[in-house]
Design a protein around this ligand. Structure first.
Ligand code: ATP
Ligand code: MG
Length: 209
């Protein structure tokens, strides 16, 4: 065989969608475990625009959530952040995220990484079967959330146990609001970003929509 006979391995790319309000170590550990277990070359974090299931609650402005995600992932050469969802007008749907990234990366195999809670929401959507044409789904276990795997298409969904990280963005926001620390729950730079921009304070401007 000459070197030209060797078929190049397709690039394997993880996609980690989330509100990231704020990004925390549960997200980062899940992405890192998925990358290691599924031999991913890159994990793209994709902060949502407006999320359909969160539209009623207060969410920090997309630009803050985007920048915190950039700060949190900056030190990992295999982690990147995409603006596709925050630059698209309107509500974010996973089908649009996957369509946009598939278009940008036609020669890559996509792996959508999602926690049990988000996976159950995705499957309740009308066109959920279309999603499985665009990506393989990696469902990560998450403390406090049960996985109902009964009706999932086996060949397009894998389950991954990540080290138990009982961290949620909701708990981080509540801690900031009540003056308790978020050190070591979120990356140091994110602690400082939250403080610098006064996010998640009771009357804060940064926390308003
Ligand atoms: P909120 O409390 O506001 O819902 P969150 O902590 O669930 O925030 P999201 O941005 O909603 O964070 O989550 C993005 C993705 O990361 C989802 O697929 C979610 O299931 C997953 N995820 C969040 N926290 C963890 C964790 N501690 N371990 C594993 N996966 C997680
Ligand atoms: Mg959530």
């Amino acid at each position: 065989h000459s070197p030209s006979d060797v078929v190049p391995r397709r690039r394997r790319t993880g996609i980690m969608g989330g509100t990231f309000d704020p990004v925390h170590h549960g997200h980062l550990v899940a992405a890192s475990e998925a990358a290691s277990e599924f031999d991913l070359d890159e994990v793209v974090f994709v902060p949502t625009g407006t999320q359909p299931f969160k539209a009623a609650s207060r969410v920090a402005p997309a630009e803050h959530r985007y920048l915190m995600t950039v700060i949190a992932t900056a030190s990992n050469p295999d982690f990147t952040v995409s603006r596709v969802d925050i630059d698209r007008a309107g509500t974010t749907y996973t089908i649009d995220t996957l369509n946009d990234l598939a278009q940008q990366r036609p020669d890559e195999d996509l792996f959508f990484i999602t926690g049990a809670d988000a996976m159950n929401q995705i499957l309740s959507w009308k066109e959920s079967s279309r999603l499985f044409d665009l990506a393989h789904f990696i469902g990560v276990t998450r403390p406090g959330h049960e996985f109902d795997v009964g009706h999932l298409p086996d060949e397009r969904v894998s389950l991954l146990e990540v080290p138990a990280m009982a961290i949620s963005s909701t708990a981080c926001r509540e801690r900031v609001q009540t003056g308790r620390p978020v050190w070591y729950l979120v990356p140091d730079g994110v602690v400082q970003y939250i403080s610098k921009h006064q996010l998640y304070r009771p009357e804060s401007k940064g926390g308003a929509r």
